[in-house]
Design a binder for this molecule. Structure first.
Ligand code: SF4
Length: 302
């Protein structure tokens, strides 16, 4: 049976105090390098690729090295796929690195090395989905577009709709757009809501005692429990993702192709799983096999 979503509240009740929120953001925002003045749209886009499934603390050092080495789309496009996969390091979900390389190539070739500034064009780029397109248009170009990630969705669900959380819905964008100030504060408002969800109104332990929002519908209603089951944190140990990571570690450490035996030793507990992981890396185009049966990172198979 499908999930029945509660109806949104009437628009007249939907509001977040932009002045209060922006004052709080000015005081309390984290000093993240991709938010500083002078960071280019490309560098913001790189941060959004990296942050999709990886925490800030792990992204920050990799992002700094990355943009120092490849500050523009064309510089990234000129790098080899293998070097990009090496620089991605242990961020996980390495298909993102491949897509970022493809995205850089498209921007360098088709867009004069400039990241497009409108959502529709951004959506045509490899690896750029609805969230990333809107985040770049908003954070890099100051566009008034709703940007909805899990943090924003949770803050709006709680403070505005009085619910513990909210599953992703087609209504999200319109819902958040209705909350945006109708002036130049809109992009900063978006990042402030996101920051509130990331640092104060967190999924497991909202810090209501230090929350800047004077009105919160969920708090006022006595914190009614969620009506949908909480998402369990994703396991990593023993998964195919872990095996894929170990196999890639071997290839990252070798500048030339390696025999199968060097890969086989990294996962001896379940050989079926190991073979499946290797096959998936080959079919994702992250790993290549040479004519004589050796294995290498993409682009290094001869
Ligand atoms: S009062 Fe608590 S639940 Fe409401 S928005 Fe603030 S942190 Fe979240």
């Amino acid at each position: 049976m499908g999930v029945i979503l509660p109806e949104p509240l009437p628009e007249s009740t939907v509001s977040l105090d932009a002045t209060v929120l922006l004052d709080w953001y000015d005081r309390e925002q984290r000093d993240l390098p991709w938010r500083r003045p002078g960071v280019s749209a490309w560098q913001i886009l790189v941060s959004e690729f990296m942050l999709q499934q990886t925490p800030v603390a792990r992204v920050e050092p990799i992002w700094r090295d990355w943009i120092a080495r490849w500050p523009t789309p064309s510089a990234t496009a000129a790098a080899s796929q293998a070097d990009v996969l090496r620089a991605w390091g242990k961020l996980g979900y390495p298909r993102r690195a491949k897509r970022l390389h493809e995205c850089a190539t498209t921007i360098a070739t088709d867009h004069g090395d400039e990241v497009p500034d409108d959502v529709d064009t951004l959506l045509t780029l490899p690896g750029v989905g609805v969230y990333t397109a809107r985040a770049v248009a908003c954070f890099a170009y100051g566009k008034r577009v709703p940007v909805v990630d899990t943090n924003v969705r949770r803050v709006v669900a709680r403070a505005v709709h009085g619910r513990a959380d909210s599953p992703a819905s087609v209504r999200d964008l319109a819902d958040v757009e209705a909350l945006l100030p109708n002036d130049e504060r809109a992009p900063r408002f978006s990042v402030a809501v996101m920051e509130l969800g990331a640092t104060v109104c967190t999924a497991r332990s909202p810090k209501c005692g230090i929350c800047p929002l004077g009105a919160c519908a969920w708090r006022a209603a006595g914190y009614p429990p969620a009506t949908t089951p909480a998402r369990r944190p994703q396991r990593f140990t023993g998964t195919d993702r872990q095996v894929r990571g170990r196999l890639l570690d071997v290839l990252r450490a070798n500048a030339s192709p390696v025999p199968r035996a060097e890969l086989d030793v990294v996962w001896l507990t379940d050989t079926v799983q190991r073979d499946r992981a290797l096959l998936s890396l080959l079919s994702d185009g992250l790993v290549e096999q040479t004519a004589d049966g050796l294995f290498a990172l993409a682009g290094e198979g001869g």
